[in-house]
Design a protein around this ligand. Structure first.
Ligand code: PRX
Length: 660
């Protein structure tokens, strides 16, 4: 069924960025097509700008066969060397690498703790921790560790120390629960966990070590825990022989300790990051080292127009891929100053971001539509209070940006003149693939669009048969050729990698998003085409929520769908069929929500739970979430020929109507 789509915005904006780099879409198309003529030559030119311990023999190899791709095969490098040593040796020794601000404030609202680490400071701390990991715990290349830290500098220090040794790390978002942490540690077979006593969020202390203790009851591979004293809690449970304080371990390590960076093969995994899919437990997305570094270098230059004096402020949490790529590795690779903060955008006041921009003179702002919409509700004055004139470039990420949010931020923070794009990518892609590229050649902005694909990226929109659709027709977003930075596989599950991404359209990477291409070749990503929802920019599989619900003894069956929400973009609602002997009640609703929060995390909170006696199903017994979704979003039901019992849809409708 073809769906025609109308451009939601009329304006085309040419921001101030030096005329020489503004091109019309036609010219950009030529640049882009040129880059695709020989992608290996194209990407190797980018790769040459990095420092390799050993150059590669082959740019791209399918091994053992497509879609398993390896980039820059034969090449050796080290991510921690590229992010640190190169700068320490090359004139940026005393340049600030990380500006960090903690959450607690004084009575005037000023942060009580600010740390600025120079490249030399960071290099020293990374070397010292690498020494501890290697000599005290015997970790070596190919081992895996878990990192469960709040947003403090020790988080990038831990990531870089692991990378220095070729130890594969998996960062688990510090808002995740013990169960979610245990699942990830087990799947990754982590040998050690780095955590903290606690962290601050909206004035509360989150006791992280307690959560780790609970997770470790079920995580037998973890032999040791390193605990950083962030909050200073004095009742932390330390298990003798298993748990060690960070400061005690480090106190024996001289400040000038040097640990040789391990030259790893380009395809050596740098990290695993878990993300939600449509079925089963979260998938461990595996990123390589060489390709990932190349994509980050390219996108820092093209998308962020990285310059020596930039102060880069990405508002994400390092627990997600955006933070991995664009708080830690991307900016440090370029020798920039990167900002990270502990806490939340609306605490203690809804001007936390703007105060940070002003305090440190941020020049680049990388943020999310859901964050913008949250702050919009508090009005313009919180923004206007601050001098944001240092900002010269902005982008958003995570979900489609709506017109109101785009215009609001562009006016208030962008002073109606700076480039402001919506960069499309996902955990699997490693870095940005579709975006305006102000650092390369900026085409006129159309608010809300993602812009054209970056050079070297063969993105397209196709129909159900994999054929390109006409401009203005909705289809599926695909990437037709491999790109550096792409996931290597799903950790320990190569079949799922093939099935999830490369089987819907053979030979093409299927992103799972609906998209449209317009007359100018700009792409507009419209949202997920599968059973994944984006809640405040976070990716959740409806299946994960359903699995959590049915673990409650009262639940026989559950269907979860996403419904539009003004601030969060989407929120999950559940339709639940109860087992015999259970009655619907407000208390039961609360219990079910607690179950979901406990098993998946607070992000997964259901905005509503409806009790029904049956769910719409196919004759073969598959729950038809598509129909549930159509009802709650007021869309036409579409094809219902496989529906077993029409009364089920009526019941879903009734439950929703009563609520409205
Ligand atoms: O649906 C797309 C949406 O976020 C999904 C990827 O989520 P995740 O792996 O959590 O990574 C988010 C940050 C990189 C995509 O499949 N998405 C991401 N950026 C955009 C977007 N949708 C529209 N516009 C964007 N700029």
């Amino acid at each position: 069924m073809s769906v025609t789509w109308a451009l939601p915005f009329k304006e085309k904006i040419i921001p101030e960025l030096g005329k020489e780099r503004t091109v019309d879409p036609e010219e950009y198309r030529r640049i882009h097509q040129e880059s695709l003529k020989d992608i290996e030559a194209f990407w190797s030119n980018v790769a040459r700008e990095l420092e390799w311990f050993k150059p590669w023999d082959k740019v791209l190899v399918a091994d053992p066969q497509p879609p398993f791709y390896k980039w820059f095969v034969g090449g050796k490098l080290n991510a921690s060397y590229l992010a640190l040593d190169r700068h320490v040796k090359g004139g940026r020794k005393n340049k600030v690498a990380i500006i960090w601000e903690g959450e607690p404030v004084d009575q005037n609202g000023n942060p009580l703790e600010v740390r600025k680490l120079t490249y030399y400071d960071l290099w020293r701390e990374v070397n010292r921790l690498a020494y501890v990991l290697k000599n005290k715990f015997g970790l070596k290349k190919g081992d895996t560790i878990g990192i469960y830290l709040p947003m403090i500098p020790e988080l990038p220090i831990a990531m870089l120390a692991a990378a220095r040794l070729g130890v594969i790390f998996t960062v688990v978002f510090s808002g995740f629960t013990a169960q979610a942490l245990a699942d990830r540690l087990n799947d990754a077979e982590a040998k050690l966990v780095i955590t903290a006593d606690g962290g601050y969020r909206r004035g509360r202390v989150i006791r992280l070590k307690d959560i780790v203790d609970k997770a470790l009851e079920q995580s037998p591979t973890v032999k040791n825990v390193i605990v950083y004293r962030r909050v200073g809690l004095n009742d932390v449970n330390m298990v003798k022989g298993r748990d060690y304080w960070w400061h005690e371990l480090m106190s024996d390590v001289p400040m000038n300790t040097y640990v040789e960076p391990e030259p790893v093969e380009s395809e050596h995994p740098l990290y695993i990051l878990y993300t939600s899919g449509t079925t089963g437990k979260p998938k461990g997305i595996v990123h390589d080292t060489g390709g990932y570094m190349v994509l980050l270098h390219a996108t820092m230059k093209w998308v962020f127009d990285a310059r020596e004096d930039d102060i880069h402020f990405c508002t994400a949490d390092i627990g997600w891929v955006t933070g991995h790529s664009y708080i830690v590795f991307g900016p440090l690779l370029e020798g920039m100053t990167t900002i990270m903060y502990e806490g939340a955008p609306d605490y203690p006041n809804p001007d936390r971001w703007w105060a940070i921009v002003e305090r440190y003179g941020a020049t680049i702002l990388y943020t999310s539509p859901t964050g913008i919409r949250t702050l919009m509700r508090f009005g313009d004055d919180w923004v206007k209070k601050h001098d944001l004139s240092t900002i010269r470039l902005m982008h958003s990420v995570g979900e489609p940006i709506n017109p109101e949010a785009w215009r609001w931020l562009w006016k208030l923070a962008g002073r109606e003149k700076v480039p402001f794009g919506s960069t499309w990518w996902m955990t699997e892609t490693g870095g940005i693939l579709i975006s305006h590229a102000p650092g390369l050649a900026l085409v006129p902005l159309k608010p809300g669009t993602n812009g054209p694909p970056l050079p070297g990226v063969d993105a397209d929109v196709v129909d159900d048969n994999g054929n390109p659709v006409q401009p203005g027709q909705r289809g599926y977003l695909v990437i037709k050729r491999p790109w550096p930075g792409m996931l290597l596989t799903i950790w320990k599950d190569p079949d799922r990698y093939v099935k999830t991404y490369w089987s819907k359209f053979p030979g093409m990477f299927y992103a799972g998003d609906y998209a449209v291409k317009d007359e100018d070749g700009y792409l507009w990503i419209l949202g997920r085409a599968d059973e994944v929802i984006k809640v405040a920019g976070h990716r959740l599989g409806t299946y994960e929520l359903e699995s959590a619900l049915i673990q409650h003894p009262a639940v026989a069956e559950a269907a979860v769908v996403g419904v539009p929400d003004q601030v969060k973009g989407e929120v999950p609602v559940a339709y639940v069929v109860l087992r015999q002997g259970y009655q619907p009640s407000e208390q039961l609703k609360a219990e079910l929500n607690n179950k979901v929060r406990e098993l998946v995390g607070p992000i997964a909170t259901l905005s509503n739970i409806f009790f029904v006696t049956k769910l719409p199903k196919t004759r073969s017994g598959k729950i038809m979430r598509r129909l549930v979704k159509a009802v709650v979003t007021g869309q036409p039901l579409g094809d219902v020929t496989t529906l077993e019992d029409e009364a089920s849809v009526e019941e879903v409708k009734r439950a929703y109507e009563e609520f409205k």
